[in-house]
Write a protein that binds this ligand. Sequence first.
Ligand code: BG6
Length: 484
Amino acid sequence: MVSRVIPVDAFDLVIFGGTGDLARRKILPGLFRRFAAGQMTDDARVIGASRSEHSDDEYRAIVRDALEEFVTKAELDPQQVDGFLNLVHFVTIDAMGTGGWKKLAKTVRKDVINAFYFSVAPSLFGALAERLHEHGIAHENTRIVVEKPFGRDLESARALNATLAEHFDETQIYRIDHYLGKETVQNLMAVRFANVLFEPLWNAQYVDHIQITVAETVGVGGRGTYYDKSGAMRDMVQNHLMQLLCLIAMEPPSRFSPDSVRDEKLKVIRALEPVPSHHIVRGQYEAKSGEPSYRDDVENPRSLSESFIAMRVHVSNWRWADTPFFIRTGKKLKARQSEIAVVFKDAPHAIFGQKAGTHRNILTIRLQPNEGINLGVTIKEPGPGGMRLVDVPLDMTFADALGPEAEEVRDAYERLIMDVIRGNQTLFMRGDEVEAAWAWTDPIIEGWEQRGEAPKPYEPGTSGPEDAQMLLMRDGRKWREIKE
Ligand code: BG6
């Protein structure tokens, strides 16, 4: 397969929070990889901005360190690293005050694409937006990129949207949900809408239920203060899992354009039913073999926040009437495994008799690790002895099917940043989508807060609390195994 990297136009990307964790871990390594791939050319510039004082050279040293830490050795070609660092600059900025803005205004070139990445606390978004205008830096082609968390409830999300809207048009605002940048998530749309095979079966008549699992092995680590105020519901469900659910459940958009896709996703969110408390299981990991418990990690001995959540969710529309969507996510689980499984119904009439057993087709979309798609098909077991049936996988692991190039864009951030430069908002959340997601999430959280419910303890290295199994077993269904 021939690589088809199309270079993007010249741009200046300013990263507010340029020395922060996200910049070091994701944004800068992602940009470097796109530079190494030839997508970002010598015309581009990356301008780090933060409160700290650094010369360009000192900042380049910080960037070099970040690349050494977060890019694999094999990718760190010294010449390319030097080439990339040549494009890197730094401006000291006081987001709330006046310091540094004049210099930034002079540094940013007006005749190329301008993007400003707000990789800072959301409380600074308003101030940054305001300063960019005050100092004549923003213009109608300026794009801003904002990170999650986008609010912590409907009210704060609305306020944030209103603040940004004072200074920028919706077409200039790129709200990141990095799950949308994952290769398989986009492939989900290709599988659904570029093949005739699945769409006729993609409804309540043929689908028994859908499972969405995002299991992590890591705990909350050093992010305790943030995480304890969020819990898995705000940290993962309101955004990442919700987006996955939308892509699975939405109607085919009329075209693959930002608003066509986002209109359809919005309809799904608006069709979500309120979730009764007996359809929710929350959990918190315990201590194990000397490793801290969740409460130790967040340094809050009485914390009632959840590091695990499983829910039965319903999309109330014609396509999905009475088809449950089971979603779960958690930290310190058995394995890192994210997948969506579409479990089809039994064949309507069993012609092979009882001995053949019951068999179901399951379409599994694996996000990570080993991205790929797998369709479980029932066939005859080879050999004499009658009609014995066996389920075999039609497996399409992308790395096997497409070769090393399937690996080329490995991190979601790489693609998303390039989409910002290209001006393509399809994989970014629109303001009304985020608000609708909070409108659904808020009453669920308020419910367990009012009831003063404590999450169920679970042992690290398992699939979460036992009760999560019951959520499906109650009506004869079963979670797919989280495999080590
Ligand atoms: C982030 C959450 O948005 O996504 C983290 O804040 C979580 O808590 C992370 O660990 C998971 O992302 P990924 O890409 O590793 O699945």
